[in-house]
Design a protein around this ligand. Structure first.
Ligand code: TXA
Ligand code: MG
Length: 349
């Protein structure tokens, strides 16, 4: 299959291409499109055949459920049984935006979308191209991140090409995304709302808006009667080709430790990469030192994280040491992804 790459910078100038993309979706094909968080691989969320195509293109296990993307509240209401007051407050405030809500599903949602669960994940993305695509297609769009299963989520159309070229008919290229990590997933199907996956919207922000406590699933492995609460969490996640370790502690001590480890690795004949921040990038002596953004502005870090991790797969390094994040506002979202990439290898000093 030939993959058509369509640039969508000014949505107003691309109505033909948007119609073509929406027509593909309606016909049961899949199309990759930008959202504010990461690129999604979209298909008609009410059509089993389309949902199977998504799983196939990604190589994703079919018991890992998908998020349905909507463009308005009427569409949301048609997909769920009821919306509790807390969920409604959160949607009013954060939508369109990087938050996914889990609610009991309506009958019309096919069980292949929810991996057999009685709940469904719904999100209204804050991206003109995504919203227009859903409006034109006139159906909720089921979309996981547009990477092949096990790779970092794509934050640029080039990343989607890298993974899915030849496997899908079309990619809408909206340039680099703004947020860079996947949406915060909040389960509103229980009495106390639970964050199943941390993202740009934090626990504190959520609690402030809905006016009641929110639980954080810190293990991100929460199990309920043997069924993982966010099934995606049980699968193997991205690990770079090079062996990666996170070093946590006071800034000066971390720099000294990483430089010392790098020297030792060089003596063993290994090439060493370092993931650090703008504040410390001049302090390292390894072979390949890459800043992931500014620690004092964590939005720059979420935006660059996956691009930096993907970048290391094209580089000739054997070992990666990464600075960690603990005190910063979006530490949970960033560390959740870094720790998985490092296969839980952490040195604390
Ligand atoms: O930002 C995002 O959320 C992106 C963009 C494209 O919208 N999408 C995304 O989708 O990250 P995906 O499929 O890569 O991750 C969806 C996660 C998975 O971990 C899945 O297990 C979980 O949501 N999930 C989906 N439905 C669920 C449900 N009913 N209950 C619990 N977890 C659910
Ligand atoms: Mg994903």
């Amino acid at each position: 299959m030939k993959t058509k790459l369509v640039k969508v910078q000014q949505i107003e100038d691309c109505s033909m291409q948007m119609k073509e993309a929406a027509e593909l979706i309606r016909r049961g094909e899949v199309v990759a499109f930008p959202t504010e968080t990461v690129y999604g691989l979209g298909g008609n969320g009410l059509l089993e055949e389309a949902v199977h195509k998504i799983y196939e293109a990604k190589g994703r296990p079919s018991d890992n459920p998908l998020i349905l993307h909507v463009c308005d509240m009427a569409m949301t209401e048609s997909l769920v049984q009821e919306i509790p007051e807390t969920a409604r407050k959160a949607m009013d405030y954060f939508w369109p935006g990087p938050m996914t809500v889990i609610l009991p599903k309506a009958e019309k949602v096919p069980s292949c979308v929810t991996g057999g669960l009685s709940t469904v994940a719904v999100r209204m993305p804050a991206h003109k191209t995504a919203l227009r695509l859903i409006q034109e297609a006139k159906v909720p769009i089921a979309a996981p991140s547009a990477n092949t299963s096990g790779r970092p989520s794509p934050t640029k159309a080039e990343h989607v090409m890298e993974d899915l070229d030849g496997r899908i008919p079309m990619i809408l290229d909206g340039g680099a995304v703004k947020v860079g990590v996947e949406s915060t997933i909040v389960d509103f199907s229980e009495a106390v709302p639970v964050i199943l996956r941390p993202g740009r919207i934090t626990k504190m922000e959520l609690e402030k808006v809905i006016g009641c406590p929110v639980r954080m699933n810190t293990a991100f492995l929460g199990k309920d009667n043997g069924v993982p609460k966010a099934p995606g969490m049980k699968y193997k996640h991205y690990a770079p080709k090079a062996d990666m370790t996170i070093v946590l502690g006071e800034r000066k001590a971390v720099i000294a430790k990483i430089n010392c480890l790098a020297v030792k690795q060089k003596e063993l004949g290994n090439r060493v990469g370092v993931i650090c921040t703008d504040e410390t990038v001049e302090e390292y002596t390894a072979d390949d030192v890459v800043s992931v953004g500014r620690r004092c502005n964590m939005e720059t870090v979420t935006a660059k994280l996956y691009d930096v991790l993907r970048g290391f797969d094209h580089k000739d390094v054997d070992i990666i040491y990464s600075e960690g994040f603990e005190e910063e506002p979006l530490s949970e979202a960033v560390m959740n992804r870094l720790v998985k990439a490092a296969g839980h290898k952490i040195i604390r000093i």
